[in-house]
Design a protein around this ligand. Sequence first.
Ligand code: PEP
Ligand code: MN
Length: 452
Amino acid sequence: MNSNSSTKLDTLFTPGLVAAQQPTWPGGPDGPQVKAAVAELKALPPLVFAGECDDLKARIALAAEGKAFWLQGGDCAETFASATADSIRNRIKTILQMAAVLQYYSSLPVIKVGRMAGQFAKPRSSDFETRGDVKLPAYRGDAVNDIEFTEAARTPDPHRLVRVYNTSAATLNLVRAFTQGGFADLRQVHEWNKGFIRDSKVGDRYEKMANEIGRALAFMKSAGVDPESFKSVDFFASHEALIMEYEKALTRIDSRTGDAYDVSGHFIWIGERTRQLDGAHVDFASKVRNPIGIKLGPKSTVEDALALIDKLDPNREPGRITFITRMGAKNIREILPALVDGVTKSGAKVLWVCDPMHGNTYEAPTGYKTRSFDDVMDEVKGFFEVHKSLGTHPGGVHIELTGDDVTECVGGGEEISHEDLASRYETACDPRLNHAQSLELAFLVAEMLRDR
Ligand code: PEP
Ligand code: MN
């Protein structure tokens, strides 16, 4: 980076704005520990390239027109401990399988995006967690502190930001190897199911579809068609841009254009709790050229949405804005129509994505935070209904999932019950769909897409 770029970066962001949901770092945000971590991050190479972000933006623009479908999935909170080859591979396999299902039934290109390689920080409803008579800082993700309930573990540690970078780099390296190195070849569609339970209903259904894809590919090959494009897929990394020090330290000037990009991930989103129009997160997002997501909860108004568009996308750049709605199954049919209608009438073109997870969380009688598969599906169904009635495009889904066989959400083909939750409840934050539930969701969404 030349000195012009660093001068530009030094003055890029508006100083003095309130950043919600930030950790209480030891020594404060300008203390020596944060400064050291930021200096280290600033000297490190980018995790993604500006051109890749532009490519993704172009695909989002297509999806906003109904010509592609967005599939975004991964952990609520990644952890350093779960950045293992097995865990990463299972998540990628799950997303590739879901994408194959969606693509096969809808005949639309599927944009594959992981909540991965950077999703290490969490907004929390309370700054503290109390157990018995012990009160400690809440767990804010591995980017900030450790989940263990001790004073030492819960004390925010700025050096963790450097570990976020390193773990993201290692994760992204494996993601790129898997998706570019032959593993994601459509001819491997059977392989992606290996290691997962095959004797379930959804497993059988997947095998049948994989056989049909296999036959279609063999037919094409026999006719002399064997395109390179089947051999690898593009897979994009996304996370919530939450910790300001991290995202700013990883913002760089693109040498091609002179524009700023957040090179910590291809797609970054602003959460429901940090999207204040005059806050630091929206100012940050307005200054970088990545495609930007904004979560919209049930209290969102058309005015909020339009003001966010004006601030983040004054030039109405195709693919720049994705609204990720998370209304809850009970609210979506009532609240979403006015929002979509108001934005559409303003002339703005955004991608509408359904997050059917965050409006459907509840506490099971057994004390576990959970979601019901039926509520998740009902919200997606409502999302499709609303878009159908307005003549707009249901552009994609945003799912908290894992490739592992966990028991965190109830229902689905395996009929996980409240009592079952205790057996394999592994999430560091919100409950995720397991592998079978994720595939099942993909089949149900694929039917909706086919019939839209
Ligand atoms: C999340 O995506 O994990 C999250 C916290 O979502 P939201 O901002 O929609 O609550
Ligand atoms: Mn979550």
